[in-house]
Design a protein around this ligand. Structure first.
Ligand SMILES: Nc1ncnc2c1ncn2[C@@H]1O[C@H](COP(=O)(O)OP(=O)(O)OP(=O)(O)O)[C@@H](O)[C@H]1O
Length: 571
């Protein structure tokens, strides 16, 4: 859970390569061989021209054969080098996606919902793509270019120190300009990354509301909304691209300009008789591979700078450390769970629960009732350890939740909400959740949840696929699967938060009755269905109003008292 907290802080630019260090080294080795091979081509050209000028056919034939063999070997190394760099990119991107995804999954409930899920999707898709295009590709280009520059520099110094000095001066100009542009690009890239997130979030919203859009004929409104978002995103992208273009054009112009000037200087030296024609050709070739690598570096360096905010965002997801509960004692529920003077607010000054004192005894049945928004769901979420910022205490047997390893509460309790999440798998997979259970356990869960009632009508029975988020099932069928899922898990505490609201009266009644008769099970039901027969079976009804527990007792006690609960039922 606390993985990121103790990890040695290595810059994220470097850290994304940490599982592929050997492959990175091999890639660099190949880049060295290829760059040296490239520089040697200038010498080969010099040789060919000088032989041509001398008219020696014998040397010409030997040079031809040597050059053909050299080129074939060079092509092979280039191919292997490119292939290895693709393998490196594949591995790095896969690992990066993996560790960000794992970081997101590690989030606690509260932290997970502070970020829009579209942001998670965006970081795993758009941002990863940007990192590949604007960091990993350019980085490999930069490494190749620097090597190529170094080899060329050595050769040029040997051939003509004067020309080398001239080329150096023109290069200084090329270094200055992109450095200025890089800063601006960083800002634009951050805006663009935010733009991708917003765009993904809007699209997600639109598709989630597909049913409403269709039934209320909101096509024009939706299209208008989409067009506006599409336009904004395209404009943000264009603004970043505009700077890239400026950077590339300036660098390229300077490169070509200095190359031409070099040729003129070399030609002057040939006319003077200081160098041969072959040397001129070699200088021309080397000037290209002296300037172009630096142009490449200058073009790519701002890209590297521009991904800084994206990498920072990724690092935050990757390095996530749960700061809420720090305890490590395994929670137990053999006797009771107590809430002691519990108060909670989602936002400061907006108290949702106030001074709650309750005790849930193992094996007993509790119904929580009260008006919508009075804090019922919040109360059970606190019980489950979803939020840590409360006052007072929640005590599992004798251990405060603050000392517990909160992730393990899920072994003790299952919660079923009105909206049930379904994996796009079979009914059986959705019940067993990829665990092995005996036939007997499965049968029992199917029966007690009421899944057995609708299963015969399903074509593939338990193997029927439920569709995306259970789209092939009714709301009631989904809830019954959720109940079966919770029952088969065998946790001692089951919380139904309107967990049977989508079921018809009779089915919901049957299931609740079965759960109430299960002596082993501790049941907490949040309900708006005030059925006298069922409420009578609960050991305790907790009536809440405006964040407070107003009354507690069994049905006859509360009814006889004719206070809040009585009035609530009568209303
Ligand atoms: N994640 C949240 N962030 C901020 N406020 C919230 C959040 N969840 C709930 N609230 C607020 O807390 C209050 C209690 O909500 P809660 O869901 O606990 O009520 P409830 O009694 O379960 O309501 P219902 O019967 O309608 O489900 C409400 O005012 C609600 O707006």
């Amino acid at each position: 859970m606390k993985r990121g907290a103790n990890k040695k802080r290595v810059n994220y630019y470097v850290r994304i390569f940490q599982h592929n260090r050997l492959l990175l080294l091999i890639n660099i080795l190949f880049a060295i061989i290829i760059s040296a091979g490239q520089a040697v081509i200038a010498l080969l050209l010099k040789n060919i021209i000088d032989i041509t000028v001398s008219g020696d056919m014998n040397r010409f034939t030997k040079a031809l054969i040597f050059n053909l063999v050299y080129m074939a070997a060079f092509a092979l190394f280039c191919y292997l080098g490119s292939l290895l760099s693709r393998i490196l990119i594949r591995n790095v991107i896969r690992n990066l996606r993996n560790s960000i995804f794992t970081g997101i999954l590690r989030r606690n409930y509260q932290d997970f919902y502070t970020v829009n899920s579209a942001d998670y999707i965006s970081v795993l898709t758009n941002d990863i793509k940007t990192v590949e295009e604007n960091y990993i590709h350019p980085l490999s280009g930069i490494i190749e270019s620097i090597l190529s520059f170094l080899f060329t520099f050595v050769l040029l110094i040997v051939i003509s120190p004067i020309i080398t000095i001239f080329l150096f001066v023109s290069l200084i100009l090329m270094v200055l300009i992109p450095g200025l542009i890089g800063q601006k690009l960083q800002v634009k890239q951050e805006i663009l990354s935010g733009g991708y997130s917003t765009f993904t979030s809007k699209i997600k919203d639109i598709f989630s509301g597909f049913e409403v859009i269709r039934s209320f004929h909101l096509f024009r409104y939706t299209k208008k909304q989409f067009d506006a978002e599409n336009d904004t995103l395209a404009t943000k992208k264009y603004k970043a691209d505009r700077l890239f273009v400026l950077n590339e054009t300036v660098s390229q112009f300077l490169a070509v300009f200095s190359q031409i000037l070099t040729i003129f200087i070399a030609a002057y030296l040939v006319i003077k008789g200081d160098i041969t024609m072959g040397t001129l050709i070699a200088i021309t070739q080397l000037a290209g591979s002296f300037v172009m690598p630096l142009v490449n570096v200058m073009q790519n360096f701002p890209k590297l700078q521009s991904v800084a905010p994206i990498l920072k965002r990724m690092e935050q997801f990757d390095d996530y450390a749960d700061q809420s509960f720090q305890g490590n004692v395994e929670p137990k529920f053999n006797q009771s769970i107590k809430m002691k003077d519990l108060s909670f607010a989602y936002k400061e000054e907006q108290t949702v629960l106030e001074h709650i004192n309750l005790e849930f005894m193992r094996g007993k049945k509790y119904a929580i009732v009260g008006e919508s928004g009075c804090g019922k769901t919040t109360l059970v979420k606190l019980l489950m350890g979803y939020y840590s910022g409360f006052e007072g205490d929640i005590i599992y047997d004798d251990i405060s939740i603050k000392d517990c390893e909160v992730g393990k509460i899920s072994k003790l309790a299952s919660i079923i909400h009105q909206n049930v999440y379904m994996f796009d798998r079979s009914i059986k997979d959705n019940i067993c959740l990829f665990n092995e259970y005996s036939e007997e356990e499965l049968e029992k869960a199917l029966k007690n949840s009421g899944v057995d009632k609708f299963l015969p009508a399903m074509q593939q029975k338990l193997d029927t696929m439920v569709g995306e988020n259970g789209a092939n099932l009714s709301g009631g069928q989904r809830q019954r699967i959720a109940i079966a899922r919770a029952l088969i898990k065998g946790a001692p505490l089951l919380i139904l938060d309107e967990g049977t609201a989508a079921l018809d009266q009779q089915t919901s009644h049957d299931i609740e009755r079965k759960l109430l008769n299960n002596k082993e099970l501790t049941l907490i039901t949040i309900t708006h269905k005030l059925n006298e027969e069922l409420l009578n079976k609960y050991d305790q009804i907790i009536y809440m109003d405006n964040g407070k527990v107003i009354e507690c007792g069994n049905y006859s006690e509360l009814y006889a008292a004719q206070k809040g609960f009585y009035q609530f039922c009568s209303a």
